[in-house]
Design a binder for this molecule. Structure first.
Ligand code: SF4
Ligand code: SF4
Ligand code: FES
Length: 404
């Protein structure tokens, strides 16, 4: 799944030209500029044969007293490199974090130091108190680039006119971050409350439901939910469509579930428009671009091209959208049918980790089993091969196990 490529290593630091042979030449960066990530490697990490700049191999520049990892052929992990400053280099199978300068900031008055390029949310997770690390998120995921859509993770930053999304804003030297002010709490509550008043949130992740309680969300004050739309009605709305609220009920996105294939269903009554599925289907993982947002304002919704059914769309049924959906809007057909039959019992489920046997990539699989039947398949978000993503075979090709 992950293609690696060898960076051009300038043999002549003055000219910056790549070495003759062994990958030198055509794809080399101009004028001595190393490829993204290679520069950091040449400066700090141990780079076999580079010797052009930075400290000698084994010497750290970030204050870490641990010895540097032994020298090996250096390649860039293009998946990680695409994440901008989070680029990593690897020596063979060992993934190394790029050595980065540290920046100082305060979290609610307490000074912490984090690697340059870290987001405020990274700092809260890695250096914050348990309460700070519990900053609510909906559109953020550890295996995805920040989407910056839900705004439930906002914090105050001294000198900033508006609240800033902690999941996307990079830390800067001298930054003063406040995470628990009235303004922050009020804003987070409003986000959760407006989502809760218009979207069915009862299958959202346990964390999201806990945050709704913690922040005192009261959806009842918007009135009873408006009746659901008829099947396809919201999909037919076009940009510019407006209708006045009736003042007596809370507008909702409620509508019938879309069941149009054997592998997964789309229940957009539960969609908070976090865009995770769009990015998982697109440039974050699958590069299929089968779904995106259509419509505007309250009529915005996730749709296939021209609202065609999934079998008619570009979807390849990898299920990566299901894996990242935080609200249960996208679930496997097996889970949907068990829920419909009143036979969905997550508390009874076990999880077994194994390796996918369909091809040589060897993705890690987590088999979720209920009553001796596989009901879902996931992959750990922190696994270096899958980053939590799978293909149709790994995600849905488990029936043969149960037919034995
Ligand atoms: S299953 Fe895969 S290809 Fe289909 S919509 Fe979801 S992410 Fe895109
Ligand atoms: S379907 Fe799920 S992942 Fe996609 S935008 Fe809606 S809530 Fe987010
Ligand atoms: S989690 Fe930060 S904007 Fe959604």
């Amino acid at each position: 799944m992950t293609e690696t490529r060898r960076p051009e290593i300038p043999a002549d630091p003055a000219s910056g030209k790549g070495p003759a042979g062994d990958g030198g030449g055509s794809a080399g960066p101009p004028d001595g500029q190393p490829l993204d990530g290679a520069g950091a490697a040449a400066e700090g990490a141990a780079v076999a044969g580079a010797g052009t700049s930075g400290p000698p191999p084994g010497e750290r520049t970030d204050g870490d007293t641990h010895p540097a990892t032994p020298v090996g052929p250096t390649v860039i992990d293009p998946v990680a490199t695409a994440r901008g400053p989070e680029e990593r280099v690897s020596t063979g199978a060992v993934m190394l974090g790029t050595i980065r300068r540290r920046v100082s900031l305060t979290l609610d008055g307490r000074e912490v130091r984090v690697p340059e390029g870290a987001t405020i949310l990274d700092a809260l997770h890695d250096e914050g108190t348990p309460a700070q690390a519990d900053t609510p998120t909906i559109c953020w995921a550890p295996n995805m680039d920040p989407i910056n859509a839900c705004r439930v993770c906002v914090v105050e930053v001294e000198g900033s006119r508006t609240l800033v999304p902690s999941c996307a804003r990079r830390c800067e030297d001298g930054m003063e971050v406040k995470t628990d002010t009235e303004k922050v709490r009020h804003s987070r509550r409003m986000v959760l409350e407006l989502l809760g008043s218009s979207v069915a949130m009862d299958r959202a992740t346990a964390d999201v439901q806990r945050w709704m309680t913690d922040y005192g969300v009261d959806t009842a004050r918007y009135g009873p939910p408006a009746p659901p739309a008829a099947a396809g009605e919201r999909d037919r709305r076009h940009p510019g469509h407006h209708h006045a609220p009736d003042g007596a009920t809370a507008a909702t996105v409620h509508q019938p579930v879309k069941v149009d294939n054997d592998l997964y269903v789309r229940d957009y009554s539960r969609c908070v428009l976090c865009y995770k599925c769009v990015n998982a289907c697109g440039s974050d993982a699958q590069f299929t671009f089968a779904i995106t947002a259509a419509g505007r304002g309250f009529d915005a919704r996730i749709a296939t091209e021209y609202d065609v059914t999934l079998p008619e769309s570009a979807c390849v049924y990898c299920g990566n959208c299901i894996a990242v959906c935080p609200t249960g809007a996208l679930i496997s057909r097996s889970e949907y049918e068990l829920r419909e039959a009143g036979d969905w019992h997550p508390e009874e489920q076990t999880m077994t980790t194994t390796i996918c046997s369909f091809c040589g990539v060897g993705c890690n699989l987590e088999l979720h089993v209920q009553q001796n039947q596989i009901v879902n398949v996931t992959s750990p978000a922190d696994h270096s091969v899958t980053h939590g993503h799978l293909c149709i075979k790994g995600r849905f090709g488990f029936q043969h196990v149960q037919n034995l």
